[in-house]
Each structure stands twice: as structure tokens, then as C-alpha cells.
Design a protein around this ligand. Structure first.
Ligand code: C2E
Ligand code: MG
Length: 528
């Protein structure tokens, strides 16, 4: 309003203010100041409607004007536009409650909503379900395809999750690849399992994150109010525990929380905590198991197998701690230690004048996909002075065939360094024969699960003999693992298998014992 236009108009028309929350017309503070004779503060969320209808948040106060005798003759209002600072404050409040990458509510807002949902459910006698979701193998995607692809995948997952639930439910991101969904009003636990199944199906479809669409699976843990907890924190914690159980049981599925799961989680967390200390405390040691030429009985190689001597638990087998180390990323420093120690030991044996065969080291998927792996390997070879042709890397079939396209260049680079490569656990994954032919692999190790019934079960026998024939035609060395009996050995010899490894020949042993074995005439001891 210009001064001239405003003059003579009713105050309410020129100075039109409303309550920002209710959108209702507010009493004019100047009139209030005149009526009460006191200073009147503008309400906190006061909005001024301008002549053109636009709105501004305003702040400040109105005060009465007195003449010399003290009589009230009018009022004055002083105000300023706070729209900008209000927008900033609101944005900051929003940011504090949302996740920057996906714009989903964060843990703080989620906790608030769960507690509200619990209060409502308590009144209405209904239930609340909390779902903890974790993407399977997300670390591998991030490590192998980069953080940009990882971020896009998380955004795509976030959108997909929002589509799977009702608008009254809350999808939140906890950080990393973990999401929590609140199903605020369910009458039965089965309602939650229907949503879990819907999410599992919806999310396994592909996500457009780069040229090649990404396929993922996820594991879900569920907890419900009132059964599994009376507050947000407990429900989230128990859903997380159930999620771990879903992962343990093979991933890409969901599990409801059960009380005895807690013990398992505590156990797992304590193993993880101890693993973090184990390297510093020098609790790891390598044992060595020979590979034997079936034709001559000579030692053709030796596999380094890690052992963990825990101060309280005693000897923890690798099957119990390697998967945990892989999950929490500790496999990277542990794997590097194994590689260095195996190379150092092999070089020591050589320097001692022993007739050493190549030492093989098991390499986990996370190590193989890690960008620093090759550099680390080169550094270790330099540092220990081991000739690369005396080192073999064992990679499982699943590791090689997963993202087979990106595997090829890594294998070629490893080959150019001069190390040997073998496929471990052969027969358990889904090998593509064309890749197998193209990959610069030296040998195939037949998984020991086929060995048990090789002499009785015709299926296993057929598979083993087929693998041997195939390996020969691909000109790769073939090794049978887990050879325990003379019957198995006879079968393998009859089918032309090159090498064997197993308790029939030797159990894994400490380094000194293996050195002694190298000193004796092994071909005589085994074959006589
Ligand atoms: P793997 O690579 O398949 O190793 C062979 C496993 O079979 C070893 O178990 C070995 O002790 C066992 N074994 C050897 N001969 C026989 C036999 O005749 N009968 C039977 N029943 N078993 C036999 P171990 O040492 O418990 O290792 C288990 C797995 O842990 C290994 O399987 C490997 O996948 C992993 N692992 C061991 N050391 C390392 C390591 O340094 N790094 C990584 N990433 N994984 C490792
Ligand atoms: Mg192995």
C-alpha cells in the first residue's frame, strides 16, 4: 500500500494478518494495544497478507501512544519481515530430521514416529511393526563400481520402498545401506510379512544406476509392538537382530525377531570386537596343507590356511570367523597379513635350501574386488622378495563368475605379475564355460563336497569324472580336495586327476612340520 492509498481505509484491510498455523484472521495488535494500554507482542507465527495477496512472516510488537495526560490516543506497530530466516529455520529443522542422500526421514524423526505409533496402537489395541532392511553385498557394489553407482542405487531403493508401503507408514534411512520401515497400524504380524514379501519382490527387479542395471537382494528383520518391545529403541534393535539372522540364513529373505536371537548377536558382536584386536595381538597363525601329484606322489604345492588362537575361546576355525571378517571389512587387513606371511614363509623355506613348491593363498571376494589389491600384492612380493611364480591365488568360482566381465582384466593383470591362479570350490558355483576358457586360470580345485560319496554315489562320481575331462580339454590342472580314503584315491587315479589334497595325504600343519616334510622324501612316504 502507498501511504496515500492506505489513508482512510479500515485498519484490518490495510494491516491484514492471520495466524500461520490456523490460517484464521488474527485480532489486530494495535487495537489490542489501545484496548489494554499495554505493549502487545505479535504471535510467533503471524503472517501479513499484502495487498497483492502475497504472504510474509512478520515479528515484533505494537504499543499504545499516550498524550501528556496519559490518555491513549492511538497505537504504533513496529514489525519486520522474517520470511527468509523462517524459511532457513524450517529448512534446517527439515535437514536435521532427514537423510541428505535419499531425503527420507532419519533415525531421529523415525524414533519420534515409532513412539507416536506405539501410543496410538496402545489406545486402539492394534500393533506396530518395525522392519530393518539391509542390502545384500552392497559393499561389493560400492567397492567395485564406485560410490556414484552406490549412491544412485540407494536412491532407487529408497523410492522403491516408499512405493511399497502406505502413506501413513514411514520409510527411513539409518545410514549406509540400512533402512528402517515403520508399519504404523497393523492388526496381525502376518500383515507385516505380506509387506516384507512385497518389498523383497519389488526390490529384486533391476535398478537403473549406470549403463548396466543393478540387481540386488536384501535381508529383512521384523519386530512388532507389543510382543518384541515397548519403545522405539528396543523395536529397532530387535528388528536389527532378526535382520542378522535373515542374513545368516542365506540372505534375500525376512525373519521375525525371537528372544534367543539376542544371544547369537551378542556372540557375533563379541567375535567381531575380538577380531579387531587379533592382528595386533598376533593371534593368527598359518597352517600349511600340501597338494600332491597323484602320478608321482611329490608335493606340487602347499595351501596356507589361517588359524585363530583366541585367548579364551581356544582355536576358532576359519569357517566361524572368515564370514564375519568379510561382513565387517576386516578381511582386508587380515587377508593382507595372510598374503605377506605366506610369501615370507615360502621365501624363508627357499633361503633355507628346501625344495619348495608354490604356496597358495585363499582370496576373499572383498579383497579381490578391492581396488588396492593388486598394488598391495606387488608391494608384498617386493618386500618379501618371493618370486611371483611361487605364489598361487585361490579364488572361488562364485567370486570369478560374479561380474565375470570385470573379472577378466583383473585376472590378466595378476597373470602379468607372474602369479598362478586357481579356481577353488569348483562345481559349487555357476561357471560359464566360455569364461572359464577365456580366463587365464592355471588349475581347478574340485570342491570337497563331491568327494564324500564319490565311490558310492553315481551322481558325484559322474560330476567329478566330467570335471576332470573338461579340465583336461581346457588344458588346466585339476586338483581333488578332501581326499580321505584310498578308495577315493583309486577313483581319482583311474579318471586321470592330476593332483590331490586331503587328510589321506596330510592334515594342515604348522610351518616347522611342513619344513620337515619337505626335507624327507615325500614321494616315498606317501606311496609306500
Ligand atoms: P578351503 O579353501 O576349501 O580350504 C580347505 C579346507 O578343507 C580347509 O579347512 C582344510 O583344513 C579342509 N580339509 C583339507 N583336507 C580335508 C579332508 O580331507 N577332509 C575334510 N573334511 N576337510 C579337509 P579350513 O582350514 O577350516 O578352512 C576352511 C575355509 O576357510 C577354507 O576353505 C577357506 O575358504 C577359508 N580360509 C582359510 N584360510 C583362509 C585365508 O587365509 N583367507 C581366506 N580368505 N579364507 C581362508
Ligand atoms: Mg582353498
Amino acid at each position: 500500500w502507498s501511504c496515500g492509498e492506505a489513508q482512510g481505509k479500515p485498519l484490518a484491510e490495510v494491516f491484514h494478518i492471520i495466524d500461520g498455523a490456523t490460517r484464521e484472521h488474527s485480532p489486530n495488535p494495535m487495537e489490542l494495544a489501545i484496548q489494554t494500554g499495554k505493549t502487545v507482542e505479535l504471535a510467533a507465527n503471524c503472517i501479513l497478507i499484502r495487498r497483492d495477496g502475497s504472504e510474509s512472516s512478520i515479528e515484533d510488537s505494537a504499543a499504545p501512544i499516550h498524550d501528556r495526560s496519559g490518555a491513549i490516543t492511538g497505537a504504533v506497530i513496529v514489525f519486520h519481515d522474517v520470511s527468509m530466516s523462517k524459511t532457513i529455520t524450517e529448512e534446517m529443522a527439515r535437514l536435521a530430521q532427514h537423510d541428505g542422500l535419499t531425503d527420507l526421514p532419519n533415525r531421529m524423526l523415525l524414533t519420534d514416529r515409532i513412539n507416536q505409533a506405539i501410543a496410538t496402537a496402545r489406545r486402539n489395541g492394534t500393533r506396530v511393526a518395525v522392519m530393518y532392511l539391509d542390502l545384500d553385498g552392497f559393499k561389493h557394489i560400492n567397492d567395485s563400481l564406485g560410490h556414484d553407482v552406490g549412491d544412485k542405487l540407494l536412491q532407487s531403493v529408497a523410492k522403491c520402498l516408499v512405493c511399497c508401503v502406505r502413506s501413513s507408514d514411514t520409510v527411513s534411512r539409518q545410514g549406509g545401506d540400512e533402512f528402517v520401515v515403520l508399519l504404523s497400524e497393523i492388526s496381525h504380524a502376518t500383515d507385516a510379512s505380506i509387506t516384507a514379501r512385497k518389498i523383497l519382490t519389488a526390490l529384486t527387479s533391476s535398478h537403473a544406476c549406470n549403463e548396466a542395471n543393478q540387481h540386488i537382494t536384501l535381508s529383512i528383520g521384523l519386530s512388532t509392538y507389543p510382543e518384541d518391545g515397548e519403545d522405539a529403541e528396543t523395536l529397532i534393535k530387535n528388528a536389527d537382530t532378526a535382520m542378522y539372522q535373515a542374513k545368516e540364513e542365506g540372505r534375500n529373505n525376512y525373519r521375525f525377531y525371537k528372544k534367543d536371537m539376542n544371544l547369537q548377536t551378542i556372540e557375533r558382536q563379541s567375535v567381531e570386537a575380538d577380531l579387531r584386536l587379533a592382528l595386533d595381538r598376533q593371534e593368527f597363525v598359518l597352517h600349511y596343507q600340501p597338494k600332491i601329484s597323484l602320478e608321482t606322489g611329490e608335493i606340487t604345492g602347499v595351501e596356507a590356511l589361517i588359524r585363530w588362537a583366541h585367548p579364551d575361546r581356544g582355536r576358532v576355525p576359519p569357517a566361524e570367523f572368515i564370514p564375519i571378517a568379510e561382513d565387517c571389512g576386516l578381511i582386508l587387513p587380515i587377508g593382507r597379513w595372510v598374503l605377506r606371511e605366506a610369501c615370507r614363509q615360502a621365501k624363508d623355506w627357499m633361503d633355507a635350501g628346501l625344495h619348495v613348491a608354490p604356496v597358495s593363498v585363499n582370496v576373499s571376494s572383498l579383497e579381490f574386488r578391492n581396488g588396492d589389491f593388486i598394488e598391495g600384492l606387488r608391494a608384498i612380493l617386493r618386500e618379501t622378495g618371493l618370486d611371483p611364480s611361487y605364489l598361487e591365488l585361490e579364488l572361488t568360482e562364485t567370486v570369478l563368475m560374479h561380474h565375470a566381465e570385470s573379472t577378466s582384466p583383473v585376472l590378466r593383470e595378476l597373470k602379468s605379475i607372474g602369479v598362478l591362479l586357481s579356481v577353488d570350490d569348483f562345481g559349487t558355483g555357476n561357471s560359464s564355460l566360455s569364461y572359464l576358457k577365456r580366463f587365464p586360470i592355471d588349475s581347478l580345485k574340485i570342491d570337497q563336497s563331491f568327494m564324500h560319496d564319490i565311490t558310492a554315489n553315481t551322481d558325484d562320481a559322474t560330476i567329478v569324472s566330467a570335471v576332470i575331462t573338461m579340465a583336461k580339454s581346457l588344458k588346466k590342472c585339476v586338483i581333488a580336495k578332501g581326499v580321505e580314503t584310498v578308495d577315493q584315491l583309486t577313483f581319482l587315479l583311474a579318471h586321470g586327476c592330476d593332483e590331490g589334497q586331503g587328510y589321506y595325504f596330510n592334515r594342515p600343519m604348522v610351518a616347522q612340520e611342513f619344513a620337515k616334510l619337505l626335507e624327507t622324501d615325500i614321494s616315498a612316504t606317501v606311496w609306500n
